[in-house]
Design a protein around this ligand. Structure first.
Ligand SMILES: C[S@@+](CC[C@H](N)C(=O)[O-])C[C@H]1O[C@@H](n2cnc3c(N)ncnc32)[C@H](O)[C@@H]1O
Length: 359
């Protein structure tokens, strides 16, 4: 096994734990969030007697769009048998033999408490599902842009050890020394905590630019980067020595989408992202943009999960927003990379840690 692969695996396992088991637990919580929202809507009460799909749509003013069809398919196929579907009558009925999951019972199970902290991110998205089925959901960027202070719960969740473990594993997969004093773009940087981790990884010795489409994240990153960096060092880099944060090594931040990068061609030596492409409206376009702004020989690296997911409830929550593509297959990922001029694509761990070079 190559050194980068060993380091990526080692970092992931030691910092995050067994990835497959964490994925499964995340999905148990995701399933709870989705069922809870549908329960609040009164869906399960309505189908306490058998109802056709059309009757359900009419009652709740849901639209027969592919999103609604997919959600009902998910419920129909749910292994917990919450819903009984009759092929003969085409009806859905709440299974009276099976109880809905209860959050407190889930949290009593070992390890669920720490995963619950990290799952504050998807939890909020489940609430958007009824709007999406009614054709009233908003663009993700607009929705989060309006979230105000609760946006920072989301930011806090992203600093959770599970996400940091993923980021550190991506960093372990590459040769950091090659990127010292180079220009690096951090796409989907959130409020700058991820950029602070990159800053630490490159020992304050690279020129970093962080972009995210949510204006309040970028405002925070601009105003509070020094504090965010100090906090991040306290949290994960306590025993290491870092240079002073100066005007020269302070990252730049800009409000921008991955699909529309406002930088000249060939202006970066490396581009990093973690779990971003499925959030974009058009991941193929985003990859082409990344290829455009990278210099020949430049590195594109990070972490990106692909279909098939162990976590269909996670995907349905993500796609509750308008203009969010959702996850895509590995074949599409490779095809889009190749179209955009990337070579030597390598990927490791079930989390989707990857690196590739711009030709
Ligand atoms: C799951 S978070 C990941 C944040 C960070 N990369 C991390 O791992 O902690 C998704 C991030 O993607 C950003 N995002 C959403 N749509 C985007 C787009 N079209 N282009 C770039 N970033 C986007 C969000 O604002 C958010 O900060």
């Amino acid at each position: 096994m190559k050194m980068g692969k060993i380091k990526a695996w080692f970092t992931l396992i030691t910092q995050m734990g067994p990835v497959a088991s964490i994925g499964n637990k995340f999905e148990v919580l995701n399933r709870f969030f989705v069922l809870d929202v549908l329960n609040d809507q009164g869906l399960f009460e309505f189908i306490s007697t058998p109802k056709t799909y059309e009757e359900i749509l009419n009652h709740f003013s849901y639209k027969d769009i592919s999103y609604t069809q997919e959600l009902f398919k998910l419920l129909k196929e749910d292994k917990g048998k919450i819903i009984l579907f009759s092929e003969d009558n085409n009806t859905y009925q709440r299974n009276p033999q099976v109880e809905l999951p209860k959050l407190q019972e889930l949290l009593n199970i070992r390890d669920f408490e720490r995963i619950y902290m990290a799952s504050k991110v998807p939890q909020k998205f489940a609430k958007v599902i009824p709007n999406r089925m009614s054709g009233k959901s908003k663009d993700f960027i607009e929705e989060l842009g309006e979230a105000g202070p609760s946006l920072f719960d989301y930011d806090e969740a992203l600093t959770h050890k599970l996400y940091t473990g993923l980021r550190n594993s991506s960093f372990a997969y590459i040769k950091t020394n090659k990127l010292l004093k180079k220009k690096i773009l951090d796409i989907g940087c959130g409020s700058g905590r991820e950029t602070a981790e990159l800053w630490m990884k490159f020992k304050g010795n690279s020129y970093l630019v962080g972009v995210d489409p949510i204006p309040s994240f970028i405002e925070t990153a601009r105003e509070l980067f020094r504090i965010i960096l100090e906090e991040t060092i306290q949290k994960i880099g306590k025993n290491k020595i870092f240079p002073e944060l100066t005007e020269d090594n302070h990252p730049e931040f800009a409000t921008m989408k991955a699909e529309e990068l406002e930088f000249p061609d060939e202006s970066f030596d490396a581009v990093y992202l973690q779990q971003i492409l499925h959030w974009t409206s058009d991941p193929r376009k985003a990859i082409h943009e990344i290829g455009r702004v990278l210099k020949p020989g430049g590195l594109f690296f990070g972490c990106q999960g692909t279909l098939p997911l162990r976590t269909p409830y996670m995907d349905i929550m993500i796609r509750a927003h308008e203009k969010v593509n959702g996850f895509f297959g590995l074949d599409d990922f490779k095809k889009w990379l190749s179209e955009a001029g990337f070579i030597n694509f390598k990927r490791t761990t079930p989390a989707g840690i990857f690196k590739t070079i711009k030709k």
